[in-house]
Design a protein around this ligand. Sequence first.
Ligand code: XLS
Ligand code: NI
Ligand code: NI
Length: 441
Amino acid sequence: MFFDEVTEPIAYEGPESDNPLAFRWYDADRVVGERTMRDHLRMATCYWHSFNWPGDDVFGAGTFDRPWLDGSQDPMTAARAKMAAAFEFFDKLGTPFYSFHDYDMAPEEESFAKSCANLDALADEAAEYMEDTGVKLLWGTANLFSHPRYAAGAATNPDPEVFARAAAQVRHAMDVTHRLGGANYVLWGGREGYETILNTDLRREGEQLARFLHMVAEYKHDIGFTGTLLLEPKPQEPTKHQYDHDVATVYGFLVRHGLEDEYGVNIEGNHATLAGHDFVHEVATAVETGIFGSIDANTGDDRLGWDTDQFPKSVETLSLVTYHILKGGGFDTGGFMFDTKLRRQSLDRTDLFHGHVLGMDTLAKSLLVAQAMLDDSALDDVLAERYAGWDDELGASILAGDHGLASLSDHVVDHDLDPAPVSGRQEALEGLVNRYVERVA
Ligand code: XLS
Ligand code: NI
Ligand code: NI
């Protein structure tokens, strides 16, 4: 046992509870609209920040109490201890899913074949833990950014041998994800970007990336993997310019290369704000373009311009996000995955529970707010009224293509048109959303 301070699974105790290790809003079996909270939110814990990261930063060493990361152990023994800790945590916390990178789970070796053998052996053990605990895999992915060989990119590397190495790695990570019943496979292109245009051929790198993504999609069909392929947009960090800048950029790239039916997006809250967008903007754009897939549920700091990956805590922000997800029909294969890091001073193992309980309760309460707004058509009615003209004769005939500039010009002159501006009522609507947040129960 690694989490001795938490002896029982975290339980729902209701909003009045002061127990910091109980849920005040997340009541897994509670039915909200047409699904239980568990099935709506499909929450997942991540292997990397939670179990692989010792709490180091660019200025200092690890601060966390993580015995399974003890570097003096044999790497496979340490990986097994880490897996035991991870599944004990998932089970006590009650997130129904988890996610991992290949080399979070298994130690990477100099030889690719040996790294694959490590991962295969550990994946077999993960399958047993999954069977015993009922925890499922939301998604798997390959780490194509940590090793120095990927410093200049994986698929977008100037050296085709690096491309080949990345392809081999993704193939194996997809095989393992498939074997473990993963609901999705994610590609985050942390190094698929560039530092300076002086050494970068944008045309070549774009073509390389498209070829890579076509190969991944072909392989998915070859092996009969039925999960969803997801790209995770991020504008920068670690590279200065990342090609998957935001949802709209990814959508344009997919359409340009005929990939829009093969890929969706995994939208991360902190990446949205790094791109200069509201989190909900990214979600609404994905829903509207038909590529919404999954969420990395985290948040940045209001004043820090980097990916701090904090646990989500704003019900207001997440209510709007969840509202747009519900409007789009809810999650299909995706879910809310905690791609979240504790602060470096949150040293104790139990702090991992505090972070996740905070995030899970925030999402659960947000779901209730979103469902209430949906049930009352509160925001839908506003839109219907605001755009009503487009359903009337003039609007409909414009959209149907019955007009050109000349005929519209005649229309304006004939009717002496002088449309009056109307209020957008932003503050009234913000107050409306606040009332939902206040009154939810
Ligand atoms: C980093 C990304 C990463 C992906 C998985 O910023 O969020 O954690 O989610 O490779
Ligand atoms: Ni992420
Ligand atoms: Ni991130």
